[in-house]
Ligand binder design. Structure first.
Ligand SMILES: [Zn+2]
Ligand SMILES: [Zn+2]
Length: 339
C-alpha cells in the first residue's frame, strides 16, 4: 500500500512561487480512486488558479489537471477501474451526479461546478491524487502518456466545440491563437475534414501551424491583418489568452457564423450589438467536455493520430515551466514528468 503522505508543489498564497508541500491523503470515498501520477501537463488555467483569478482558489494550492498515472487504490463502489490501470484525469474530478445537467450526461455543466475541480483539495503537481473514478479515463493502449496528459484538458476543450459545431467537416474553421489549445484545435478541425485557417500574433509559428494541418496561416500583427479573412469563417475558435479587436473578429465570420471562446484574458470584449444582429452571428463559450465527449475524444485522437507538441520537464522544475508558459515561450505544451 502506498504511503498516505503525498508530496506536491503548492502556492501558499496568491501569485506565490510553488514550494514542495507534504500533506495527508484526503478522505477516500466509495467511488474514489487513488492515482499515482507519472505526468501532468501545465495549463494556463493553473496559472489563473495560482493568481486566484476565479476567486475560488483555497491555499495552499496544488495546481495541475492534465494528469496521467496509475490506479493504486479503489473504493468499494468502483466498477470500471482496477489497480494498475493507466488513466487520465482532466480539469473535472467529480460532480454532484444528481443535478439536471449531470442527469443529462453534461457533467461539465454541473450546478456545483465550482466544487468539481480535480485540484480540489489538491491537484496533479503531486505524487498522487484522489478523484471520483467516474472522472478517471482508461487510456488507449499505445497512446504516449505525455500526449494523453495534454488531451485531458487542452484536447477535450477544443474537441468539444468542434464536435458540437463542425463534426461533419466541410466548414471553414478559423483558430485564433496557436498555442497549447490552438495547435490541437488545428489538428482536430483538420482531422474532422474542415478547411482550417490559423491566426497568430507570432509569424514564426507559420511553418508549425501548417504542419499541424492548417490550410492557411494569417499573421495577426496589425489591426488590418484580419482583413484578409473577412467573411470567411463558419466557425472561429478563440484559443488565445491575449487581446483582440472583436469587431475585426466578427467581420471574419460568414453570415450565421459563430465565435467560440475557449481562452480568454481580463480585457472586456467590446463590439456593437448591431454586428451580431445584421449577420445573425453568435458568440458562445465552451468549458472542457462531458465524460462521454472525453471518451470519444480519446478514441478520435488515437484513430486520427492527433499529436500534441510537448516539451517534457521534471516536476521539480515546475516553477520554470510556469514562467515559460507565462512568457508565451512554451511550444506548445509543457508536461511535467514526476522525478
Ligand atoms: Zn486546463
Ligand atoms: Zn451536477
Amino acid at each position: 500500500m502506498s504511503s498516505t503522505t503525498i508530496l506536491g508543489f503548492a502556492a501558499k498564497k496568491p501569485e506565490a512561487v510553488l514550494e514542495p508541500f507534504r500533506y495527508e491523503l484526503p478522505d477516500f470515498k466509495e467511488h474514489d480512486v487513488r492515482i499515482d501520477i507519472t505526468h501532468c501537463g501545465v495549463c494556463y488555467t493553473d496559472i489563473q488558479g495560482i493568481e486566484d483569478y476565479y476567486g475560488i482558489t483555497s491555499f495552499p494550492f496544488v495546481p495541475g489537471h492534465e494528469i496521467v498515472g496509475n490506479v493504486t487504490a479503489v473504493g468499494k463502489e468502483v466498477r470500471d477501474l482496477r489497480i494498475g490501470d493507466r488513466v487520465g484525469v482532466g480539469w473535472q474530478g467529480r460532480s454532484c451526479m444528481q443535478c439536471q445537467w449531470c442527469l443529462q450526461g453534461k457533467e461539465h455543466l454541473c450546478d456545483d461546478i465550482d466544487h468539481c475541480a480535480t485540484w480540489d483539495p489538491y491537484g496533479g503537481f503531486s505524487s498522487s491524487i484522489i478523484v471520483d473514478s467516474r472522472f478517471a479515463y482508461l487510456l488507449p493502449d499505445g497512446m504516449p502518456s505525455e500526449y494523453a496528459a495534454v488531451l485531458m484538458c487542452a484536447g477535450v476543450s477544443v474537441y468539444s466545440p468542434l464536435k458540437r459545431y463542425a463534426p461533419a467537416g466541410g466548414l471553414k474553421v478559423g483558430v485564433f491563437g496557436v498555442g497549447g489549445l490552438g495547435h490541437l484545435a488545428i489538428q482536430f478541425a483538420h482531422a474532422m475534414g474542415n478547411h482550417v485557417t490559423a491566426l497568430s500574433s507570432s509569424p514564426s509559428k507559420e511553418k508549425e501551424a501548417l504542419g499541424f494541418g492548417a490550410d492557411l496561416f494569417i499573421p495577426v500583427i496589425a489591426e488590418s491583418s484580419l482583413q484578409e479573412a473577412w467573411g470567411s469563417f463558419d466557425l472561429l475558435l478563440y484559443t488565445s489568452h491575449g487581446t483582440a479587436d472583436w469587431t475585426s473578429l466578427l467581420n471574419c465570420l460568414k453570415t450565421g457564423g459563430r465565435i467560440v471562446v475557449i481562452g480568454f484574458s481580463d480585457d472586456p470584449v467590446k463590439f456593437e450589438p448591431l454586428e451580431l444582429v445584421v449577420n445573425q452571428l453568435s458568440i458562445s463559450g465552451s468549458l472542457v467536455g462531458s465524460r462521454a465527449v472525453m471518451r470519444e475524444m480519446l478514441q478520435f485522437a488515437q484513430h486520427h493520430d492527433i499529436t500534441p507538441a510537448v516539451e517534457l520537464m521534471p516536476m521539480s522544475r515546475v516553477n520554470d515551466a510556469i514562467q515559460k508558459l507565462k512568457m508565451n515561450k512554451a511550444r506548445y505544451r509543457i508536461v511535467l514528468v514526476r522525478d
